[in-house]
Design a binder for this molecule. Structure first.
Ligand code: MRU
Length: 344
């Protein structure tokens, strides 16, 4: 299985697959500075909420090591850690990963690296467990022999420490012999679906088609899919869920079609300090990403762009949220702090 990021003990660096180059080229980045890590996060060389959590945790180690080499004082190290923590605003995992290991800075590099490795291992375990639980829920609620699944963006091994979230459920259904076909939305403007999800689906031998984002709601309303499964960047206490722009269109279509809309995420993506989706900060990205295709400008010079990277699906449109701690059913149980109960 592909690994989006790993710590290299020999030279204390963070190795990333540069996801901007996939599927054409598998280029590795060796990250040894906070500048390089912030750039990799901003440019989406490393991306996906759980992977960002792991990158944030190792980022603390990078700041410490660079600080030792360049004679930074404690304040400067903390400032650099903050830059990593805030490199992207929507996925709560990034700040969460930093906050998990930051208290260990005083105990030295070994303690921080060890804790970051544990976060990566725990993420894989969480993904495998939520995938089992999510697949069980789907098979109970969708009595179809070969399920047709629609998914959005990329939620596989590339977006996590390993295995995947929504993709993990798809993989689990495949392993159980219950998967028919996957509709993978291309995910404009940066094509995480058509570049990355399709790449993982090919490697895993899973039958799929790639479709334009604009096709998704029609695919659902035409009865071509049985269930939608997406990931999450932040799940508020009431179940409102931020995920890649375009996700809410799937949710609305699923409600109309009467089929389940499932969110899959490790519990580290749940943010109980955010009461509802209205308080989620949606990242706005450079307008150039939507005014062209790749490096080629396709719109008139006078046109301006609007490029929110995420949207928020209201909890009442979500049939189930699968985490490693259990399944919540927000559409049926819309109490304000319902997500907290999974942790009790
Ligand atoms: O902008 P990205 O590529 O980081 O957005 C990723 C998503 O929206 C994913 O669906 C989400 O982070 C879950 S990844 C398991």
């Amino acid at each position: 299985m592909v690994s989006a990021l790993r710590w290299i003990d020999e030279d204390s660096s963070l190795e990333l697959i540069d996801q901007t180059q996939l599927p054409g080229e598998t280029r590795l980045l060796q990250i040894t500075t906070t500048d390089a890590l912030v750039r990799a996060i901003e440019d989406l060389a490393v991306r996906g909420a759980p992977a960002l959590g792991v990158a944030g945790a190792f980022g603390v180690a990078i700041a410490m090591q660079q600080g030792a080499a360049q004679g930074w004082d404690a304040d400067r190290i903390q400032t650099e850690i903050d830059r990593i923590r805030h490199a992207r605003p929507t996925a709560v995992n990034l700040a969460w990963g930093v906050d998990q290991v930051r208290p260990l800075v005083g105990e030295g590099l070994g303690a921080v690296v060890g804790a970051a490795k544990q976060i990566a291992q725990a993420d894989e375990s969480a993904n495998r467990e939520l995938s089992r639980l999510g697949a069980d829920w789907i098979l109970t609620h969708c009595p179809t022999d070969k399920l047709r699944v629609i998914t959005h963006c990329n939620t596989g091994a590339l977006a996590t420490s390993a295995w995947g979230t929504a993709y993990g459920i798809i993989h689990e259904l495949h392993d159980r012999g219950k998967l028919g076909l996957v509709y993978a939305d291309e995910t404009r403007p940066l094509l995480q679906g058509s570049r990355l999800t399709s790449w993982e689906l090919v490697q895993d031998g899973i039958e799929h088609v790639v479709e334009a984002d604009g096709a998704a709601s029609s695919t659902i309303l035409r009865g071509l899919v049985d269930v939608a499964i997406i990931g999450a960047d932040r799940i508020a206490a009431n179940g409102d869920t931020a995920n890649k722009i375009g996700s809410v269109a799937l949710a609305l279509a699923c409600q109309r079609a009467g089929i389940p809309f499932i969110v899959a995420a490790p519990y580290s993506t749940v943010d109980l300090s955010t009461a509802s989706g209205e308080q989620i900060h949606v990242e706005q990205r450079d307008e150039a990403e939507v005014l062209g295709f790749g490096a080629v400008r396709t719109t008139p010079a006078q046109s301006r762009g609007f490029n929110p990277a995420f949207d928020v699906t209201p909890h009442d449109l979500i049939s189930a949220i699968a985490t490693e701690k259990g399944i919540a059913e927000p559409a049926h149980d819309p109490r304000p702090r319902m997500m907290a109960e999974l942790d009790s």
